[in-house]
Design a protein around this ligand. Sequence first.
Ligand code: PLP
Length: 645
Amino acid sequence: MNKQNTKNTEWTIENAENTYRIKRWGNGYFDIGESGDLMVIPRYNEPELKISLKEVIDEMQSTGIEFPAVIRFHDILRSQVELINKTFRSVIEETHYEGSYLGVFPVKVNQMREVIEEIVDVGKRFNYGLEAGSKPELAAALAYNTNNEALTILNGYKDEDYLRLALLGRKIGRKVVVVIEKFSELNMLISLSKELNVKPIIGLRIKMMVKGRGKWESSSGERAKFGLSIAEILNVIQLCEKEGMLDCIELLHFHIGSQLTDIRAIKEAVQEAATVYTQLVKRDVPLHYIDVGGGLAIDYDGSQSTNDSSCNYDLTQYVSDIVSGFKQHCDLESVPHPNIVSESGRAITAHHSCVITKVIGEIHPKGIGSTVFDTKKATGEHITVTNMRDIAQVLSTENYQEAFNDVQALKEQAIQAFKLGVLSLEEVAKTETLYWQTLEDIEQIISNHDFIPEELKEIPELLSSQYLANFSVFQSAADSWAIEQVLPVVPISRLNEKPTKLCSLVDITCDSDGKIDKFIGEGAVTNSVPLHKLNADEDYFIGLFLTGAYQDVMGDMHNLFGRLNEVHIFSYDDDPKDFYIEEVVKGSSMESVLSTMQYTPAILAQSVKKAIDKKIQQGQLKPREGVNLIDFYEDCLSDYTYLKA
Ligand SMILES: *Cc1c(COP(=O)(O)O)cnc(C)c1O
C-alpha cells in the first residue's frame, strides 16, 4: 500500500486511485466521482457520461432486487466490440495492409443469450462473427449469427452431428469454417459433405511450437491437446487434393493460450504462423484467412507487467504486432496478405459485468464481533498473564519494538502452558486479549512513523480482519479460487474516506476455500485489501470487477447457492447522465437449485408437512402454528438462495 495512505494525512480521491488502481485496470470504463462513489463510464467515446454505481444499487434496492447481484453494462460490451474492430481497421489502414479484419467472439467465454445478442447486434456492421467449441455452442451460433458475411468458426473435437450441424449452416448460406483439430475429423467431413452435397470451408489448426506465456502455456507445444503437426497438415492437403477439395481449405488457425501476459509470445506466434501460411500458399493451398485465436489479455491487477493477472501490452500494440507481423512476412515472400481473424473473448467481455455484494460482518483475529474480555489482575494468576499485562501497561514510543518481541514470546509460552494444563481458560482469554490490545497499540504508534522496523511490518497483516460478504466464490469468482486469478475488489462508495481496515474476504459457503485473499498490491499481489470500518447504520457494498469473462458462466453449485440476480443497465441516448434497468434476470431460487439435484420441491414440502401433521395429532403443535410452519417452509423454497442481509 502507498505509504501516504497508512499515515494519518488527509485522504483524497487520488489516494483511493493509488490504492485500488481503478483507472489502471478500468480501461477507461471506471472512475471515482467527487462524492467518493465509484462511477461507470459505459461508452469509450463519451467520457463525460458517468453512472454512479451507488445510484444503480439504490434503484435496485428500491425495486426489491436482492443482493448479491450481477450488474451488466451493455454499453461497455458494445464499446469493446467496437474498439477491437475499429483498432484493427485503423491499423490495417495505416500500415497499408491489404487484407481485412473479420473477428469472431468465442461463445465459451460468456454464453449468456443477452451477451451474444448484444455482441452480434453491434458487430453486424463490422461483419463480426461467433466461434463455437461444442455442439450446444454451435446450435446457439447458428441461430444468432445470421449475418452471411460474418464467420462462424468451429473449434474443439467434433463428432458426426457436430459436422452435420456445420454443414446445415453452409446450406443456409453461412460462412461456417470447420477447423480440423484431428485428422479423423477430415475423413468424416469429406464423406458428409458428399452425402449432403455441400461444400465445406475447412480451417487447419496448427500445433504451434512457440509457447504461450502465463497460466495457459500448455495450449501450445508438442504436448498440446489441440492442433495438427506439420506432417498432419501435409497429409490433410494431400487428401483434400485427392478428393478435389483443395479449394475448401481457406483458413489457418492457431491459439497458444488465454491471457497471454507477454507480447513477445504473440510476436513469436505470428512469426511461426506466418511462415507456415506463406509456405502453404506457395504450394497452392488457397488459404486467405489467418486466425490468430484468443489470448488478448486483461490487466486485472493494473500493473502492466507479465504477472499472471496482467499483461505488458495494450490493444493497439497487440493489433499492430499482428498486422505488421503478417505484412512483413508476406511481403518478403511475395504472398498476398491474408484476412485476419481473431477470437478474443476475455478482452471483449471482462469489463462489462461486476458482482455486487454486501459485507455482512467482520471476523477479527481477536474473535468474531467486538466483545471485550475483562483482563483485571486475579490473585494468584500465572506469571505469563502478569507479564503480558505489564508490557501492555508500559508500552511507549521508546520500547514498542521490544514489546512486540516480548508479547510474541509470551503468547507462545501461554499456548505451551495451556497445553500442559498450567493455564486456566480465563488466563488464556486474558493473555489473548492483552496480546491483541498490545498489537493494536503498537500499530497505532508505528502508523505515525516514517520508518517501520522490518519485523513490525507484519503487524497490520496480523491485525487484518476478514470481511464476511454475502456471495459464493465458487459461483461468482471461480478463477480466484481455481487459478489464483486476481480480480479487482473495490468499495462502491466512501472512496473519499480513508479505508482503515486491512481485510481479506470470506464468502458464505461452508468451505474454508471460500475466500478471496489475493488483491491488487503495490507491484506484487498482496493478501489483504484496505476497506472501510463498517458503520452500524449503513450498508457497505463492495464490487468484484472484471467478472464478465469466464467468471460469469463458470460458477458451480457449491452449497447450492446457484446463479445471482442480474440487472442489465443501459444509458439513455437522449439523457446520457441517466441509466435504466433494461432487464432483471432472477437468480436461483431454493427450489430451482434443489431441482437440478433431482429433488422435487413438492415432495420435500409434503414430507415436512407430514412430520408437522403428526406433531399436531400428538398434540405437541397447535394446528395454527403447524400451518404457519409449513407456509414458511414453502415460502423459503421459492426464495433466493443467498442470505437476506
Ligand atoms: C478459449 C479460446 C479462445 C478465447 O480466448 P481468450 O483468451 O478468452 O480471448 C479463443 N480461441 C480458442 C480456440 C479457445 O479455446
